[in-house]
Design a protein around this ligand. Sequence first.
Ligand SMILES: [Zn+2]
Length: 301
Amino acid sequence: MDQITLGDVTVTRIKEYYGSVEMGPADFFPESPEGAWDEHRSWLAPDFWHPETNECFAAIQTWVLRSEGRTILVDTGVGNHKDRPYAPVWSRLDTGFLDNLAAAGVQPGDVDLVINTHLHIDHVGWNTRLDGRTWVPTFPNATYLMTQRDFDFWNPANDHKPLLGRGNQNVFEDSVAPVHEAGLTHLWDDKYRIDGILRLDLAPGHTPGSSVVTLESGGERALFVGDLVHTALQIVEPETNSCFCEDPAESRATRHKLLGRAADDNALVFPAHLGGQGAVEVVRDGSKFAIKDWAGFARIS
Ligand SMILES: [Zn+2]
């Protein structure tokens, strides 16, 4: 099992997908400084970038945290059987995600909390599963934590025009609304204390209600930063946003703040989609950051 221990918490990595995102750096990270990917090629390839085909590589994965007797999922991937007309690579998937979860000893009924770091297509999918023709909560005993800001931003009733545009079509309807209507959501704002070890804070920019999970236990610290850091290049080039960052200036500021905290507090950073070992230790390097060490799990494949 792909599991590590941080203080009194175990963190288990559950894979849904790892591979090409079918986009190159110029499209996915258009703000990348000239030559940056080549400059850092020795460690970006092959875990985060395949230079020979110029494709970015990423994981879609869930972190299972076992903390103070509860089972907590951080992000729930793309999900199966979802109709995604504007994201064909993620449409009508049929992956073994729930089998992977079961192999880690987690049955759907065991999950106490689900954290959606934000409400993008690839972070809420397994919130629900198809039962006949109806989307039902996959984790019927869980409370689903999501931010009020993202809930309002992505609610089609509010008619926002996000950058992701139609790429998030159907997502609120099939993966957010059903758990809300089942009375399983807790919509929070600003900050939320999960237990004595884990807390949630707003980390806006990638989406208006993006959030970060902080773990502090027995001298160990970790930050689960969602998509504020999408790929490893953004650690050494923290000004670089992904093309899906809703507010570019706020996203840069939040990324700087989070990486600064991680460096100063010696906290392991878990970006949602990091391939390789899944987590990274960072240090300050002038106004940027550098990689001190890779950490976490066995390299994903
Ligand atoms: Zn994502």
